[in-house]
Design a protein around this ligand. Structure first.
Ligand code: OGA
Ligand code: MN
Length: 284
């Protein structure tokens, strides 16, 4: 098989064919995939058929596989799965309880784990059962979003941080003025450098960014809304319509992602793992 990498007709993303991710990846193919990932941010590998262990082995080429934020006892999946695997599914057990995370519906744009000191640099999602309509994953190019911020606003935001939060609700942001004791929250730079590519990216999103530090709520909300409009502009977004067998791997340092709504009666089943990253690097 010969690996083939095709850029998609969107602001980010490439399709990678001619490789079986269930097999060990040779050095030349790994170099080509790594280069393509840095260049295109999101890679789509269609037609894959792999086990949990094979998925983790492939993710392991890019770094240590990431641990889950939720403690084992709090996870809907229980402890049966491999520690590094999360299920994204609306399947239910015999008692009618969901067996996976993020089961149903829309999810606003977000960066995975931006509310912890060392976020996962990559997320790898393997689509196994897909609804007939909806449940697409959208990806925004955060290098391009950074470039499109008007200069005056860039100057105002340079060197600043914002509070990133998450309460496990897919379309609701916690109130930064409320009690945050039990909610993940952490200040992160607004402009970050991806140490692997050298590029500068915008690092805020609609679901998790609660407040620009040191600004009043109204001013912060207005600026964040302006940034979200740049991020979420369809010109800046790849909307991926899933086919069973797709593996999608994205870079959380220079993209954010969202999910479109879908009918709750339709089955969606995906297997997810991550690659551990380091601390976010503030842009110079
Ligand atoms: C995720 C995520 C979106 C989806 O796995 O981090 O945001 O389409 N998934 O299920
Ligand atoms: Mn996510």
């Amino acid at each position: 098989m010969t690996i083939k990498i095709e850029k998609l007709p969107a602001a980010l993303g490439a399709r990678v064919t001619g490789i079986d991710l269930g097999q060990p990846v040779g050095a030349a193919d790994l170099a080509a995939i790594t280069r393509a990932w840095l260049d295109h941010i999101v890679l789509i590998f269609p037609g894959q058929d792999i086990t949990q262990d094979q998925q983790l082995a492939f993710a392991g080429y890019f770094g240590d596989t990431g641990a889950r934020a939720r403690k084992v006892d709090d996870r809907p999946e229980g402890s049966e799965l491999h520690e590094g695997i999360m299920l994204i599914t609306n399947d239910k057990d015999g008692d009618g309880n969901y067996v996976g995370s993020l089961p149903d519906g829309e999810m606003f744009f977000h960066h995975d784990m931006c509310y912890v000191p060392e976020p996962h640099k990559a997320t790898m999602l393997y689509g196994i059962a897909i609804p007939s309509a909806g449940g697409d994953t959208k990806f925004a190019n955060m290098y391009r979003a950074y470039d499109l911020i008007p200069d005056a606003l860039k100057d105002r935001l340079r060197g600043r941080t914002a509070i990133q939060t998450y309460n496990y609700h897919p379309t609701e942001i916690p109130d930064a003025d409320g009690d945050m004791t039990d909610i993940h929250h952490l200040s992160q730079p607004i402009f970050v450098t991806n140490p692997d590519s050298g590029g500068t990216a915008l690092y805020v999103n609609r679901l998790m960014t609660a407040r620009i530090d040191g600004m009043a709520k109204d001013e912060s909300d207005a600026i964040l809304e302006q940034l979200f409009e740049i991020i979420e502009d369809p010109e800046n977004v790849l909307q991926h319509k899933w086919t069973p067998g797709d593996i999608v791997m994205w870079d959380n340092r220079c993209s954010c992602h969202a999910r479109t709504d879908f009918a709750p009666g339709e089955r969606r089943y995906m297997r997810r793992c991550t690659v551990q990253g380091g601390p976010m690097v503030a842009a110079a």
